[in-house]
Design a protein around this ligand. Structure first.
Ligand SMILES: Cc1cc2nc3c(=O)[nH]c(=O)nc-3n(C[C@H](O)[C@H](O)[C@H](O)COP(=O)(O)OP(=O)(O)OC[C@H]3O[C@@H](n4cnc5c(N)ncnc54)[C@H](O)[C@@H]3O)c2cc1C
Length: 385
């Protein structure tokens, strides 16, 4: 076992750290506080700059460890930009790269890599998040193609996306595993519309909106991979990668919170000494460091499992997401505590990261759903002797 980053990953980390601290971090507070339209403009510019750095090429590759190494630097600098890039390249782009026909890949992957296209993945609905059996979006067979009706309510990047991957029923009686498809839909297609900006508590620069499908007519070649029926299984594979990405987001936020809290603990004095020297503050710093470090180890364990196609890989991605998303809530809360009342003020780094941190345990499978997934696997595999 070697805990050392490879030479190329070490160089990637250094390059991304410099790029993100010079180009992305200075705009993070603005993205959090500006209007939806301003955020959309700024985010598009951030995404273009990331494309020029080769970040999408990396996210669209099978180098999961490289993605974690580079992604942590981006998440440290601006969690909202990380989420937007992840939604475009991992959630949308990897679905196309892994399952798209040659034509679909040709249409999407080069433009995405070059930063000329932004994508979004539209799965959740008002009544269907954890339980997608309750999904209402339906694709009906008509005149040799499909007509889609339904609505998706929380779609990251929807206001800026050029194309969407959308989950819909193609045969409700066949159930999720055999009766759904992922549809690749261009924003200009008649019948698809994007709603107003949805206001979120954190990660506000990653603009979000609902998407409505109203008699949206599609040809057969809009079905990802060409044949209907495989949508749910394809989505589960992409979710493995999304769970790793969300874990990386958490560790990035956690490290940023740690840096901010440590600087404050060294500089702020009380009772004649820096507050970091009080046990009550020092133990928080120690716990923060430990949570971040274990989280990163779980991420690398999961990326290694993905790269080696370990049969446990899906469970390991769920363990990483569960631990890091609950860990970062504690980390950001302790970091705020170290700042005292001043950390509670709007506009401080501690306050912004505290709000950003709350996202991960709620989205792309809540903590409860991760636990139920891990528990089911445990019950299935381990039997008393
Ligand atoms: C900022 C943001 C961005 C998002 N971006 C996207 C996106 O780009 N694309 C997309 O498709 N979706 C997106 N989502 C949606 C997100 O993935 C869902 O909100 C999430 O899956 C949870 O679904 P829900 O909100 O409907 O909650 P529900 O499923 O209604 O859950 C409510 C509560 O019930 C619990 N619960 C439900 N079932 C069980 C069970 N069996 N056992 C125990 N507890 C249970 C849940 O854990 C939760 O605590 C986004 C969400 C947010 C907040």
């Amino acid at each position: 076992m070697d805990y050392q980053l490879s030479d190329s990953h070490g160089k990637l980390k250094a390059k991304m750290e410099k790029f993100c601290s010079d180009e992305i971090a200075p705009g993070a507070a603005f993205l959090d506080s500006c209007s939806g339209n301003q955020a959309a403009l700024r985010m598009k510019s951030n995404l273009k700059r990331l494309a020029a750095e080769g970040y999408y090429e990396l996210l669209l590759s099978d180098d999961f460890t490289g993605q974690a190494v580079a992604g942590e630097e981006l998440a440290k600098a601006c969690p909202a930009t990380f989420l937007s890039a992840m939604s475009s390249a991992t959630a949308f782009g990897r679905a196309v790269k892994l399952f798209g026909t040659d034509d679909q890949q040709q249409k999407i992957v080069p433009s995405l890599t070059a930063g000329e296209m932004i994508g979004a993945l539209a799965i959740s609905e008002g009544d269907a998040g954890s339980d997608m059996n309750l999904m209402r979006t339906v694709a009906t067979r008509k005149r040799g193609g499909w007509v889609l009706n339904g609505s998706k309510d929380l779609v990251t990047n929807a206001p800026v996306a050029d194309a969407f991957v959308v989950l819909a029923w193609t045969d409700r009686d066949a159930g999720l595993e055999n009766g759904t498809a992922l549809f690749l839909i261009d924003r200009a297609t008649e019948g698809i519309s994007v709603g107003d900006y949805v206001e979120t508590m954190g990660l506000r620069g990653a603009v979000t909106a609902g998407v409505t499908l109203n008699d949206c007519v599609l040809t057969d070649d809009a079905v990802l991979g060409g044949a209907p029926g495989a949508g749910w299984v394809q989505l589960q594979r992409v979710l493995d990668e999304i769970r790793i990405a969300v874990s990386v987001l958490c560790v990035g936020i956690g490290v940023s919170s740690m840096n901010d809290a440590t600087a404050h603990a060294k500089q702020k004095k009380a009772f004649g000494k820096p507050i970091g020297l009080f046990e009550g503050v020092g133990t928080k710093l120690a716990t923060i460091y430990t949570l971040n470090d274990i989280g990163r180890m779980l991420i690398y364990r999961a990326t290694w499992a993905m790269e080696t196609k370990d049969p446990e890989r899906s469970i390991l991605t769920a363990c990483a997401k569960l631990f890091t998303s609950e860990g970062v809530e504690q980390v950001s809360s302790m970091a705020m505590q170290i700042h005292g009342g001043h950390g509670y003020l709007k506009g401080t780094v501690a306050e912004r990261l505290y709000r950003d941190a709350r996202f991960a345990a709620l989205a792309y499978g809540t903590s409860e759903m991760q636990r139920s997934f891990i528990a089911k696997d445990t019950l299935d595999r381990f039997r008393p002797a």
